[in-house]
Design a protein around this ligand. Sequence first.
Ligand code: FHN
Length: 616
Amino acid sequence: MRTPRPRAKRRVTALPLLVAAALAAAALPAATPAAGAAGAAAPPAAGPGTDHAVDDPFASDRTSWFRQDRFGMFIHFGAYSNLEGEYTRPDGTVCRDAEWIKRQCDIPTDAYEKQAATFDPADFDAEAVVGAAKDAGMRYIVITSKHHDGYAMWPTKVNSWNLRDHSAFDKRRDIMAELKTAAKKAGIKLGFYYSIWDWHDPDFADPATFPRYEKRMYAQLEELVRKYDPALLWFDGEWETDRPNNPWTAQDGERLETYLRGLDPDLVVNNRVGKRRVTDGDYGTPEQEIPGAPVDGQLWESCMTLNGHWGYARYDENWKSGASLVRNLLSTAARSGNYLLNVGPDARGRIPAPSVQRLGEMGDWLRTAGQGEAVYGAGFGGLVEQPGWGTVSRKGDKLYAAVTAWPAAGGSLPLKARTGIDVTAARVLGSDQEVAVAKTADGFDLTPAGAATNDAATVIELTVDPGPTAAPGSGTGLRQEVFDNPALSGSPKVTRTDPAVNHSWKYTGSPAADIPADGFGIRWTGTVEPRRTETYTLTTVSDDNVRVWLDGELVIDNWTPHNVTVDKAEVALKAGTRHAIKVEYAEQTGDAHMKLLWSSPGQPQQIIPRHQLYPN
Ligand code: FHN
């Protein structure tokens, strides 16, 4: 259980060293904050009555492109790229790193600024970059606008530490504008990576001056949103660390997310805007790994390098194979995730040829025989168990069995069903071979008559009857009673119909203007009507206490104060039946969230929608 950390008492480590560094940085002739830099002030924390949950990212129009596109290009490009992964120290020794090279190789700030002044990505060709993304089958691009070194890759007015004012680059050019134009023409969405952690801004590390940095950060983000209209903001550098100290808190993240959604309500924002929790932003960001199943409570996107580095490193030839990259993409789609695959342009702004080669191989696979259908707009193949011989994604009445271990001649592929389904047709994409489908005790055996069509994954498209699904209900939500105490005692201060249990009051909000941000409780009662007769998983995302009854049985009991926590229960629900449901929640102090989601073999994860909920 945490108590909110007041802004003034930020955790600080190694302050003396940092103060010296900050003062030294402030004394630098160039690249310090422009005098009187325009800056959007951090908005005041929204008060009681504020609910930051804007919609259900699993189902909203705002996030539909993200859930449809599935596959994006990450671009790590900045002043570090000018060193191409190697720094020769004054004593002649060579230190290697990529985008962390300044910190990891202890490059003095003046030396780093000196090398940045020679940065000239003259060969950066936005059309070529977008073309490579298009050729890969990528549908969105996220480029580093500012990495940890604080160097802005657009002509910011906030300071002079940027590609326009501190480089050898053509001062008439703006690569972000060029990229925006090329991406728009190609129908590809553009997003920006922005690091909160800033090694260069003299006001960053010291809690006493951090608000001045924050003001400049807000001003830069306002520039990016207003000038380039990004579809997505990818925050990073939110974690607690030193060299320099990072004072960022979850409360800072609350304010920043509120500010951004005020700038552009359509923005999609990742969970590193806060503290990388399931309640921060719109989606989770596993890195260099692919979760083994859909992530509970949040959309997700796995970001990964093509070799071993994010930024360009001239010596790193450890490229992943095209086949393994295709399989990674299929694994993410089969778990309702996105795949953000990285390229690191070199000092001249060129994407390495081996990267372009592998991206092309992925695009060729996606474009062949409609195999991309297994990815774009596809999601968790929950109707069946994920097999050992590959992955299964679902789109409507189609299952895409992407086989990576093709059976020997005459061999079969066992597929376990998780619910009552029937397979009505089966075909191998890119081949006219027959696929025999035999029912088994727990599912089906698929027996292809021919060979695999490629070395990455051969897709068997199954047309399935997913079993009866009732029409959407006519519900309006659950009865909600709001109490001004966490014991839910006395009479409720507010009684109303709540269309969905989907709330993020965070640190400063609450369910009503006359309910304080801390020390309140809520009871929801009514009935829930499923559209399928299946075993459903009820999932709560809560901070603090939560308990859920279904048909009078306590199925989730986490009635102890806790930080943001996911709890789950499996319950048998019957289509056409309105099952009694009661949810109790208490906010003690600090952060406050309460979400109720469901999923089943035939129902993808979502906030339980209003039309399936009926108030008592
Ligand atoms: O420190 C960064 C790293 O340089 C890179 O940008 C990755 C990509 O997501 N993010 C951070 C490490 O988690």
